[in-house]
Design a protein around this ligand. Structure first.
Ligand code: HEM
Length: 391
């Protein structure tokens, strides 16, 4: 197995544990990259100033550099260091931190009512709901939220090296559509939502004025939400399906949903890995890394390191001092963590509350093709033919 195949493997965790036993940070000569698998190595790489989110000579992947999607990609805080990272982060992070869980939950439970068939089609709960919640917080028109979710799903294809020409073309069109929606939203300065006003005040307080970068980073909030939160909701459904005892516990005590979702995020992370690119020769965890080296950072493996979480392979709802690498760490750590956990908890609560008798049948699923995300795709009864499906 390679660490890229591991992301969508039925059970990658024994493989990760083997990597950690060899060395927390090791060089794979075949793949020509460093692999960080222990909690210490993952934290050291993500905290190191010379380990950057993009290669110095390639701020935007060549396949998307010329289109609308590439223009957005190149301005995202997630894909930059220095002021292009810090300025949007300082404007947006406080606004994200200020949204109360109760308001998010209220928006999510209202929007669940607008979905066509969230129980029969888990895709709606996984992909449509989370993006609609963030779009609603930002103040996008309520009659266009589902369109925004569709456009966002189209746009995120630009992040995957597995996307083909058609998907990249759709990503460009989606990027253009989302940019138009946000330009219109920002032009109506008397109609801004509380959340958007908070971001706007953040821009003014930090004297950051760059409308194109602001629009890119608002689209970034939707795109960062899309697949990762879908994976968290999907992997929670997988955990409930694999463990009927857990399902019974949750049905008896629905207030445990928040604990369930947090433990799933640790145990079976929707973002299995991320990458860093070495800008200057440096020594990390006793290994010498050269400028130009690439490091594959196995977040999902660090979560299962016993030095971070005792008894790491046990699924414990009430785990004390849980250490979570699924949302990254260091200067690029996810600022949307609470938002994601709250939306996922609402989605799962709704699923548990309305679970139809038909869902007593076992689900089958496979994982959507990806080198870093772990997002299940569930099959309906009539589609159960795939040889990659798991029960
Ligand atoms: C389960 C859902 C989510 C997971 C697992 C997740 C995970 C992550 C991870 C691992 C990173 C860091 C990547 C790296 O350092 O290479 C990150 C960054 C980021 N996330 Fe999330 N995320 C989730 C949901 C969200 C949501 C809901 C939002 C906002 C609405 C969000 C906004 C961001 C942003 C803006 C960044 C870039 C931060 C920076 O570069 O400073 N994420 N996320």
């Amino acid at each position: 197995m390679t660490p890229f195949e591991a992301a969508t493997h039925a059970d990658p965790y024994a493989y990760y544990s083997g990597l950690r036993r060899q060395k927390g940070l090791l060089f794979d000569a075949g793949l020509r990259l460093w692999i960080a698998s222990s909690a210490n190595a993952v934290e050291a790489i993500l905290g190191h100033p010379d380990c950057r989110v993009r290669p110095l000579n390639e701020p935007i992947p060549p396949a998307i550099a010329q289109g609308a999607a590439g223009m957005i990609f190149g301005r995202l805080m997630r894909m930059n260091e220095g002021p292009r990272h810090l300025c949007p982060r300082m404007a947006i992070e406080p606004a994200l931190a200020s949204v109360e869980a109760q308001s998010i939950a209220a928006i999510a439970s209202r929007l669940i009512e607008t979905l066509d068939k969230p129980l029969e089609d888990p895709d709606e709960l996984m992909f449509t709901l989370p993006v609609c919640v963030v779009a609603a917080l930002l103040g996008l028109p309520s009659n266009r939220l589902q369109e925004v979710a569709r456009l966002t799903r189209g746009f995120v294809a630009c992040f995957s090296p597995l996307s083909d020409e058609t998907q990249l073309g759709e990503s460009n069109s989606a990027a253009a559509g989302l940019s138009q929606l946000f330009s219109a939203l920002l032009s109506k300065d008397d109609q801004r939502s509380c959340f958007l006003s908070h971001i706007w005040s953040g821009c003014e307080a930090t004297a950051w004025r760059d409308d194109e970068a602001l629009i890119a980073n608002l689209i970034g909030l939707l795109s960062q939400t899309c697949e990762a939160t879908a994976g968290l909701i999907g992997n929670t459904l997988v955990a409930l399906n694999r463990n009927p005892g857990l399902l019974e516990d949750l049905q008896a005590a629905p207030m445990l949903v928040a604990d369930l979702v947090k433990e799933v995020a640790r145990y079976d992370s929707p973002v299995q890995n991320t990458r860093r690119f070495v800008a200057k020769r440096c020594t990390i965890e006793g290994s010498l890394l050269e400028a130009g080296d690439t490091v594959l950072v196995l977040l999902a493996s660090a979560n299962r390191d016993s030095s971070a979480n005792p008894d790491p392979d046990s699924f414990l709802l009430k785990r004390t001092n849980r250490r979570q690498f699924s949302f990254g760490s260091g200067r690029h750590e996810c600022p949307g963590q609470q938002l994601a956990l709250t939306i996922a908890s609402e989605a799962i609560s709704a699923w548990l509350h309305r679970k139809p008798a038909s869902s007593d049948r076992h689900y089958q699923w496979s994982y959507l093709p990806s080198l870093n995300s772990r997002i299940p795709r569930f099959y309906r009864d009539r589609e159960l033919s795939s040889d990659r499906s798991y029960v």
